[in-house]
Design a protein around this ligand. Structure first.
Ligand code: FAD
Length: 636
């Protein structure tokens, strides 16, 4: 029998990746009693797995870099679907956040002059990713955790206990947000969160007027993914059930390079740094095929011959970029097509080779994790031969609709930052822009939550005891379902459905079929069975994750069926072109009477001074005639 313990905080942050930790640090620095909750071990979040680096226009390697160039690259990468205010805040504030991290102890790789080194990445005009070999996320998490400890030490000295103001609840899963009122009600606001401790199965109630969602992505809804077991879309689903809205869930990033062999590691990421550091893609005929896939919108910026592309590494001022460094959506589609046309590698991918481009010791220095990963998992030495790679579900651009400045959702008291929030990356995220996003908007969310609390004064929302009792009973219900199905079987069917019918290339009838299948799965998931008891029982935990996976999968499929164009992380075989008309609409999803509703909402327009960063010809490829600036405007 599970026990229930109650805690009371000012701010509860759900998620201890980069966004959650940065939000919690900020809330604590603003004097708020803060709890950070993480489903897995403290420190084991996707952020820690980030390899390539964090994008910030520091201008250390090329002094021409500037926040406006970063902004322009981000908007281009997102195919003009980004929330412009978020992209602006991100590009402007990322350098400050990286320097702050260094001030807190992060040890980035250095240039020969001793400045923070920056590397090339797809879609970034200049070398922009601050990095630590190919283990940047590890250093970021280490530094943020160190900052948490530093604050706790200060609290121990001031309040007599290190956890007086900032406490971490590791291996604790939140299953529901608590509300003061009904979901969708006019005066309804956040009152806290409900969850369980993975080890004991005991329930925890967090009373808190402000909750920050920082739960990361949804990748586990797909069969082939770089995401680990926790990423079942919990934050997205919690937000929907609490009455908040999700934005553009159709935009799912399939990273072009995941491992394809052996089967047990299929989907594990091969960092884009391999291409950033000179790796080339070839098909089974030995052809460097990316030259055949440069779309018109990018043609002016990418090399047309191997000679020009190769010259770029040493002399970027006089050469255009290699097409291997196109944004991820373009490269993923190209690989997909090569395999489909029968020009794939033996295990259904293509070849990625850095061994012919860099000396072995340089590969070992720049890409130590990749060398280790391939040697250990596939018995391939990447200093001596090519890797086999193919697309893998990696990141969701869609997420909770938030106010760009504060991270506030539509439900008072509920905030979101990091991968769980939508808007920043438009239809496709550039590599390296997530780590910087986490820092910029994690901090802003912490500030937003603190100022929301200041506005409340002494008044606190109520937590209804009946709701707590109901949530406990609902969590334990799978133990009662004697004739229910195995949760692992149901998970596998959701993943297969999303992979086959709502994957990298989509078609209307297939998505309709996916929605029908998900509807049937929903009935089966309602009766899913958990074996054993509540003490450290991953099978039971999965029964609780499944309804989030289902809800999020339905959100992706519905939005993908609705958007009748191809853009970024949403490719429709039956609507292959990008449509300027469709670009003007965000798709907003909400939950009413347990069903997902969808509506179109106009996308914010670019301010004239930001529009001036693009020439009219380029704008003409994305915007409607009506949105274009006057023809006689001089291009800035
Ligand atoms: P995460 O770091 O994913 O953290 C989410 C947290 O939420 C975790 O602590 C998790 O336990 C917790 N959580 C989830 N659900 C619950 C729940 N129900 N209750 C309680 N806690 C919960 N981006 C880059 O910019 N550069 C890179 O080089 C890069 N490389 C990557 C490599 C890999 C292998 C992967 C998978 C991603 C990479 N990314 C990279 C993407 C980037 O790492 C993620 O988008 C980013 O780290 C997400 O950060 P976050 O703080 O939003 O969430």
């Amino acid at each position: 029998m599970s026990e229930t313990t109650r805690h009371s905080y000012d701010v509860v942050v759900i998620g201890a990746g980069g966004a959650g930790l940065r939000a919690a640090i900020e809330a604590r620095q603003q004097g708020k009693r803060t709890a950070v909750i993480s489903k897995s071990l403290f420190g084991k979040a996707h952020t820690v797995m980030a390899e390539g680096g964090a994008a910030a226009a520091l201008g250390n390697v090329n002094s021409s870099d500037h926040w406006k160039v970063h902004f322009r690259d981000t908007i281009r990468g997102g195919k003009f679907m980004n929330n412009p205010r978020m992209a602006e805040l991100h590009a402007k504030e990322a350098p400050e956040r990286i320097l702050e991290l260094e001030y807190w102890g992060a040890l980035f790789d250095r240039t020969p002059q001793g400045r923070i080194s920056q590397r090339n990445f797809g879609g970034h005009e200049y070398p922009r990713l601050a990095h630590v070999g190919d283990r940047t996320g590890l250093e970021m998490i280490r530094t943020l955790q160190q900052r948490v400890v530093q604050l706790q030490q200060a609290d121990a000295a001031e309040f007599g206990h290190p956890e007086a103001m900032l406490k971490v609840f590791a291996e604790t899963t939140v299953t529901e947000l608590l509300l003061d009122g009904e979901p969708g009600g006019e005066d309804t606001r956040i009152a806290g969160a409900f969850g369980y401790v993975r080890e004991t199965g005991d329930y925890l109630v967090f009373e808190a007027p402000a909750v920050v969602l920082a739960t990361g992505g949804i990748g586990r809804s797909f069969k082939v993914t770089s995401n680990s077991w926790e990423y079942t879309g919990d934050g997205h689903a919690l937000a929907l059930r609490a009455g908040a809205t999700l934005l553009n869930m159709e935009f799912v990033q399939f990273h072009p390079t995941g491992m394809v062999w052996p089967p047990s590691v299929k989907g594990i990421l091969v960092t884009e740094s391999v291409r950033g550091d000179g790796g080339v893609l070839r098909n089974s005929e030995g052809r460097r095929f990316m030259f055949d896939y440069v779309p018109d919108v990018f043609r002016d910026h990418y090399a047309e011959s191997e000679e020009e592309a190769d010259g770029w590494y040493a002399d970027p001022a006089n050469h255009r970029r290699p097409p291997e460094l196109l944004p991820r959506d373009e490269v993923a589609r190209a690989i997909n097509n090569e395999v489909k046309q029968g020009r794939g590698s033996p295990h259904g991918g293509v070849f990625l080779d850095v061994s012919t481009r860099l000396p072995a010791e340089e590969i070992m220095r720049r890409l130590p994790s990749m060398h280790h990963q391939f040697k250990e998992l596939a018995d391939v030495d990447i200093t001596a031969g090519p890797m086999e790679v193919g697309p893998t579900c990696h990141y969701v651009m869609g997420g909770v609709e938030v106010d760009p400045d504060t991270g506030a959702s539509l439900v008072p008291g509920l905030f979101a930052a990091g991968e769980v929030a939508g808007g920043m990356h438009g239809s496709n995220r550039l590599g390296g822009n997530s780590l910087s996003d986490l820092l910029v908007f994690g901090r802003r969310c912490g500030l937003g939550a603190a100022s929301y609390l200041d506005g409340l004064g002494e008044e606190r929302p109520d937590v209804d005891p009946d709701v707590i009792e109901r949530l406990g009973a609902e969590a334990a219900a799978p133990f009662e379902h004697e004739a229910g199905e195995n949760p692992y079987q149901l998970q596998q069917e959701i993943q297969q459905t999303m992979n086959d019918l709502v994957g990298i290339i989509r078609r209307g009838p297939e998505m309709e079929q996916a929605l029908e299948s998900l509807d049937k799965l929903r009935e089966r998931v309602a009766g899913v069975r958990a074996e054993g008891d509540t003490v450290y029982n991953p099978g039971w935990h999965l029964t609780l994750d499944l309804r989030n996976m289902l809800l999020v999968s339905e959100a992706v499929a519905r939005a993908a069926l609705e958007r009748q164009e191809s853009r970024g992380g949403h490719t429709r075989d039956d609507h292959p072109a990008m449509s300027a008309e469709w670009r003007r609409s965000n798709l907003v999803l909400s939950l009413r009477e347990d069903r997902i509703r969808l509506r179109r909402q106009p996308l914010d327009t670019l301010r004239p001074d930001l529009m001036e960063l693009f020439d009219r010809e380029e704008l003409g490829k994305y915007l409607t005639e009506e949105e274009l600036p006057p023809a006689d405007r001089s291009d800035g």
